[in-house]
Design a protein around this ligand. Structure first.
Ligand code: GLU
Ligand code: ZN
Length: 499
């Protein structure tokens, strides 16, 4: 057990749209921080100015706020180790790079891309390791002068120690990397721009990060970073400081392919637009590598925080399954929202400009009456519109497939009988409606299910939907009869033309 307070970071690059893999990383770091009463640092890795955009930066902040993954230090919150946007910390990196160069932990490398590529090819051909071969480690003054005379500008390259590097990964256990597999690597571009390889460990050190939890794709950078921490400590930039590392498993999409941020199901916006609840989405993303208990898939964020243990994360790849993600969300809608919260959560989909009906047609009281029945049926909040559109549209949707499925020969007769019964009904309640339809159906030798099918399509336009009689009770007698009449008219017309 460590007594050092836990400090973790989430440090995305603001390029492109927020995606599922990014949020899984954010969630695991956040849950780890909250579980340990630690600090969750949000840092923006935007030193690659060509790829970083303000739009993407704003989208990141926005999506984290929506999800409720609040940060203790970072953009807009501040903190003792700011600024938290790396583009505002360039002086820090420049200074540390200079110290590493002075101390001999880094050196100028003059090799051109072409030369590096040619030597890489040759090494591959000879079956040798194909990484950087250390050529510029020991350039003589004359060699340097010759390169400079040619007008070459060097990159800064970090000198890896000639000994293996071992660390204990919190997910994978002990790992060792030998020098031939971790060649010297660039840390500053020829134009002076610092690279991720430098700025990421520099800030983890300066921000006193204790645990680095990130995707497995970054595993190969860990031995390099450990060497860099040691070098920084040696030149006195930071106290002796190497964080613990835990690499979260890959997320697979279809087949054995890694889920790519370009896959449509990766896009966070999509989940938001479809009406996932943050709690449902985060619950599912937690399952990508972690589980709260055997045979238990559903939990709240608070329960995750209480139980989260990085040592329990599974090193094997996790599979992203959209159907399962939807099913988990449906349970959260059904079981973790009060009726009032469900109504409120649906509002954005029921009011213009999302809604398919005229804005003034929306009737909150009618919706509230049916909402509890819808709450148990929707997977995502955007499903709500199809469930209740019959209430707010002037006419039900026209779905030809549903129509022909329900309006079989004989449908007109049953529907006419139902109409007669409904006209006479003394009380317009779900219960009385059901009795009336049942009786009308029986008179035609039909069970309730068969008898109500044409009625449902006449009134809602669809073959499936909320419980029919409750729906009709809320719709009211005049509008119900109007729609039944319209359907009867259409059936009569069809019979006329086919006769
Ligand atoms: N900015 C890096 C990325 O988005 C952070 C990687 C890390 O966590 O070290 O890939
Ligand atoms: Zn070189």
């Amino acid at each position: 057990m460590t007594t050092t307070p836990v400090r973790v970071r989430f440090c995305p690059s603001p390029t492109g749209n927020p995606h599922v893999g990014l949020v899984r990383t954010a969630l695991f770091n956040w849950a780890f921080a909250r579980h340990h009463g630690g600090t969750y640092v949000f840092r923006i890795e935007d030193t690659d100015l060509a790829r970083s955009t303000e739009e993407s930066y704003q989208a990141l902040l926005e999506v984290m706020r929506w999800l409720g993954l609040d940060w203790d230090e970072g953009p807009e919150v501040g903190g003792p180790h700011g600024p938290y946007r790396q583009s505002e910390r360039m002086d820090v990196y420049r200074e540390i790079a200079a110290k590493l160069l002075d101390a001999g932990h880094a050196y100028h490398c003059y090799c051109s891309q072409g030369e590096l590529a040619a030597r890489r090819e040759a090494a591959r051909g000879a079956g040798r390791p194909s990484g950087y071969d250390g050529r510029c480690r020991t350039l003589t003054a004359q060699e340097v002068a010759a390169y400079q005379a040619e007008g070459r500008s060097p990159i800064l390259r970090f000198r890896m120690p000639d000994a293996p590097i071992t660390f204990t990964d919190l997910v994978r256990g002990e790992l060792t990397f030998t020098p031939e597999n971790v060649p010297d690597y660039g840390i500053v571009r020829a134009n002076g721009d610092p690279l991720y390889t430098l700025v990421n460990p520099v800030d983890d050190a300066l921000m006193e990060i204790t645990h680095v939890l990130r995707g497995e794709d970054l595993l190969s950078s860990t031995p390099r970073q450990i060497a860099l921490y040691r070098a920084m400590a040696e030149v006195g930039v930071v106290r002796d400081h190497v964080p613990h590392f835990g690499h979260l498993p890959y997320v697979l999409g279809e087949g054995t392919k890694k889920l790519s941020k370009r896959d449509p199901e990766s896009s966070l916006n999509l989940y938001r637009e479809r009406g996932f609840l943050p709690a449902g989405l985060l619950n599912y993303l937690a399952l990508l590598g972690w589980s709260i208990a055997e045979d238990r898939d559903i939990f709240t964020l608070e329960e995750m925080v209480a139980a989260f243990d990085i040592a329990a994360v599974n090193a094997n790849p996790a599979r992203f399954d959209l159907k399962k993600c939807e099913a988990v969300n449906a349970v959260h809608i059904r079981e973790h929202l009060s009726a009032e919260d469900f109504v409120a959560a649906c509002e954005p989909w029921l009011r213009a400009p999302h809604a398919p009906w005229k804005p003034e047609a929306f009737d909150p009281a009618a919706f509230a009456a049916l909402a509890p029945l819808a709450q148990t049926r929707v997977t995502v909040l955007s499903d709500i519109a199809d469930n209740v559109d019959f209430l707010f549209l002037d006419e039900p949707v026209h779905d030809e497939k549903s129509w022909s499925k329900a309006m079989k020969p004989g449908a007109a007769e049953v529907l006419a009988a139902i109409r007669a019964a409904l006209t006479e009904l003394d009380a317009w309640t779900a219960e009385r409606l059901k009795e009336a339809v049942q009786a009308a159906g029986e008179a035609h030798g039909l069970k309730l299910g068969k008898a109500q099918a044409p009625l449902r399509v006449a009134v809602t336009g669809r073959t499936v939907g909320l419980p029919l009689f409750e729906s009709l009770e809320v719709l009211g007698r005049p509008r119900t009869l109007e729609r039944v009449d319209a359907a009867l008219g259409r059936l009569a017309e069809a019979a006329g033309t086919s006769a």
